[in-house]
Every structure is written in structure tokens, then in C-alpha cells.
Design a protein around this ligand. Structure first.
Ligand code: BG6
Length: 368
């Protein structure tokens, strides 16, 4: 049942191309994005003047990634909030607010309570969920299902990628309704999303090398993760995976914050994972990250760099280099997260831990 793998998580990591393809399938018909249980009209979508994404854990990170795309495509302000914080801080909501509740299980109590609170305030709620008929979709105005299939590993992997794809579809549906993108542009974005299962499959061909790298990190005391722009939530997710699975101190930082504090943590041979942007995308971001890596390398850190294939400029700064295929900037998290998942799982395995059932964690948490 583990498909020949030592643990479910590795099987689920390898299922990511299928999870993405299945989540995208059927959502672009006759030149238009269509959502699933769309009980929101085009007029409702046009009226939206603010978007909140609420979620917990890995699902929260999918929202952080999607913020960049939704704001870029729709010019709507997007706030991403931990469901447990959202609920108790009196957020400003009305009928023109769209709340996107993201939950693999659809049963997470914090997210469910956030949904209930939003609906009491008359906001419209759209659920992104992996489980048919779960409580959160039942209590929402609209639902978009991720079709990642059942996920056994407690730490989410394939549902994270599927969640990003699904929220991107919501962003494109909003852009289409609001007219901030022409129909042919929406179609092009959708096509680019549809190329991602193949790109992720290419990343998976490097799994053995990344596992080996993971084994070499098993004795580290801590690991830091750095990224900018969409690479920042990827860094947060890489760190979360390592905490959950390997019980290791791990932290993700926005690389620009390095000089405002975290650089004090850098010491000889501390592993630092850096998620590089494409050199062909935003050149300024790439240059800034190069300078960040050179600073940490100069202080003796062991740099593990996730970079685009063929990015030669990064080689001198990378003690270890993991290459991922070139994809459009907003889609980079779909490729750059994958090696971080493998790394965390393999470090955990090398330390002798149960990768699928980490201590103290449950797959879905139904208490607040
Ligand atoms: C946590 C799980 O307890 O719940 C995480 O261990 C998960 O993996 C989080 O991301 C949120 O769960 P859900 O089902 O709402 O996506």
C-alpha cells in the first residue's frame, strides 16, 4: 500500500504531479475558469473588495504563497491569517469580503470557527478542501476541492501543492470576473499551471540525491531556511516540515530580515537552506539573495541552495546545490518545496523517527 516505499510520505511526495493534474482538471472550459460548487455568482465575485485566506499549519503556508498571485492578478488586497488568530481579533468583514478557508481535512476546529465567524459577519466563504462533504465545505458558500487523494502522512505534502493550485484557480476566477485579466491571459496562466505536473515530476528525479543530502544533515542541531517573495513561504514550509518530522529546531526567514537579527544565529557549519528565485525572473531579487548567501557563507554556514537549473551564478556560494526546473516566478513554490519535503522526511528517517506518524501530532485537529 506504500507503493514500494519505506513510508507513506515518500509515496505521497511522488504522487504530487498527479495531485496537481487532478486538481486542475475540468476547471477551464470554453475559455473560462470554473470552480466546483459555485454558489457564488459572477456578480458576487465582482463585488469582492478584499480577500482573507484563513488556515492552519501547512494550509496556512499555501495561503501565504497564493497571496502573491492573487494580488498580482486581481489587484485586490489579500490578507493571510492563522485561523486561530483571525477568529479572536475582530477582523473587518462585510458582504464584499471573500474569505478563503483552506483545509485538507475540512474538519480543523480553528478553521471551522473562523468560517463561522466570517459568515456571522456576512462575509462570503469559499472552502478549499481535500475531503468531500467535510464540515468546513458544508458550512461554506462555495467549495473548490483539491483532488490530491487521501493523505496518510500526518505532515502534509501533496495536499500543499494541490492547495496552491486550487487557490490560484480562485485567483484566476476573481481576475476573470473583475476583468483585471483578459480571457486569453487567464487561459495562458491556466496552461502554465497545467505544465506544472511535468515540472514537479522532473524535480522528483533528483529525490535520491536529496535523500543522501538529508542523511548528511541528520546530526545538525538546527537548520535555517531563507527565501524572498514566493520563496519566503516556501522557507517557512521547509522549516515546519523539519520541526514536525525530525523534531529539529528549524526556522524560516525572509532573507531580507537576515541583517535585522537572524544573522546573529549563523555559526560555523550551521546548515542554511536558501530558496533562490530565478535569475531570469526578478533580477533584483536574485542579486539580493546572492549577496545574502555570500554573507552567511563568509560566516561559515553550510549553504544548501535550491536554484533554477543552469543558474551558474549561484554555484560559488552553494556548498550543496539542488536544481529545480525553470518555471514562471509565481509557480516556483510548486517545484522548490519538493526537495524540502524530501529533506525533512529523510532527516527524520535517518534519526530513527516515524516519518508518517510524528510524535504529538494528529492529522486533523478537531479541538480549538
Ligand atoms: C495539523 C496537521 O495539525 O493541521 C498539519 O498536522 C496540517 O499537517 C494542519 O497542515 C491543518 O490541517 P487541515 O486539515 O486544516 O489542512
Amino acid at each position: 500500500e506504500k507503493g514500494g516505499h519505506e513510508y507513506f510520505m515518500l509515496k505521497e511526495i511522488e504522487e504530487q504531479p498527479t495531485a496537481l493534474a487532478d486538481t486542475l482538471r475540468g476547471h477551464f472550459v470554453d475559455g473560462r475558469i470554473i470552480l466546483d460548487e459555485q454558489r457564488l455568482s459572477d456578480q458576487d465575485l465582482r463585488d469582492v473588495d478584499k480577500v482573507f485566506v484563513v488556515a492552519c499549519g501547512t494550509a496556512y503556508h499555501s495561503g501565504l504563497v497564493a497571496k502573491y498571485a492573487i494580488e498580482h492578478w486581481t489587484r485586490l488586497p489579500v490578507e493571510v491569517e492563522l485561523a486561530s488568530e483571525f477568529r479572536y481579533r475582530d477582523p473587518v468583514l462585510d458582504r464584499d469580503t471573500l474569505v478563503v478557508a483552506v483545509s485538507q481535512s475540512g474538519e480543523t476546529a480553528d478553521t471551522l470557527e473562523a468560517v463561522r465567524h466570517a459568515r456571522e459577519q456576512k462575509a462570503r466563504v469559499l472552502a478549499v478542501c481535500n475531503t468531500n462533504g467535510a464540515q468546513i465545505p458544508r458550512e461554506s458558500d462555495a467549495v473548490l476541492y483539491t483532488h490530491a487523494g487521501p493523505e496518510v502522512g500526518v505532515a502534509s505534502t501533496k495536499t500543499f501543492l494541490a492547495q496552491i493550485a486550487a487557490i490560484y484557480l480562485v485567483g484566476l476566477a476573481l481576475a476573470q470576473a473583475r476583468g483585471t485579466k483578459y480571457p486569453d491571459e487567464v487561459g495562458r496562466e491556466f496552461e502554465e499551471l497545467c505544465a506544472m505536473p511535468d515540472a514537479v515530476a522532473r524535480v522528483l528525479s533528483t529525490v535520491d540525491r536529496v535523500r543522501e543530502l538529508g542523511r548528511s544533515l541528520a546530526d545538525a542541531k538546527a537548520v535555517l531556511f531563507l527565501g524572498r517573495h514566493v520563496g519566503y513561504p516556501v522557507a517557512l514550509e521547509g522549516a515546519l516540515k523539519l520541526k514536525e518530522l525530525a523534531y529539529m529546531h528549524a526556522e524560516g526567514f525572509a532573507a531580507g530580515e537576515l541583517k535585522h537579527g537572524p544573522i546573529a544565529l549563523i555559526e560555523e557549519s550551521l546548515p542554511v537552506v536558501v530558496v533562490m528565485p530565478s535569475p531570469k525572473g526578478r533580477a533584483v531579487l536574485h542579486a539580493k539573495l546572492l549577496s545574502n548567501i555570500s554573507e552567511i557563507q563568509a560566516r561559515g554556514a553550510r549553504t544548501i541552495v535550491i536554484a533554477e537549473e543552469g543558474d551558474e551564478t549561484v554555484r560559488p556560494f552553494a556548498d550543496e546545490l539542488v536544481e529545480v526546473p525553470a518555471v514562471p516566478t509565481l509557480l516556483q513554490p510548486l517545484v522548490s518545496t519538493v526537495p524540502l519535503q524530501v529533506l525533512a522526511a529523510e532527516i527524520a528517517r535517518a534519526r530513527g523517527y516515524d516519518v508518517d506518524k510524528p510524535r504529538n501530532l494528529a492529522k486533523s485537529v478537531t479541538v480549538e
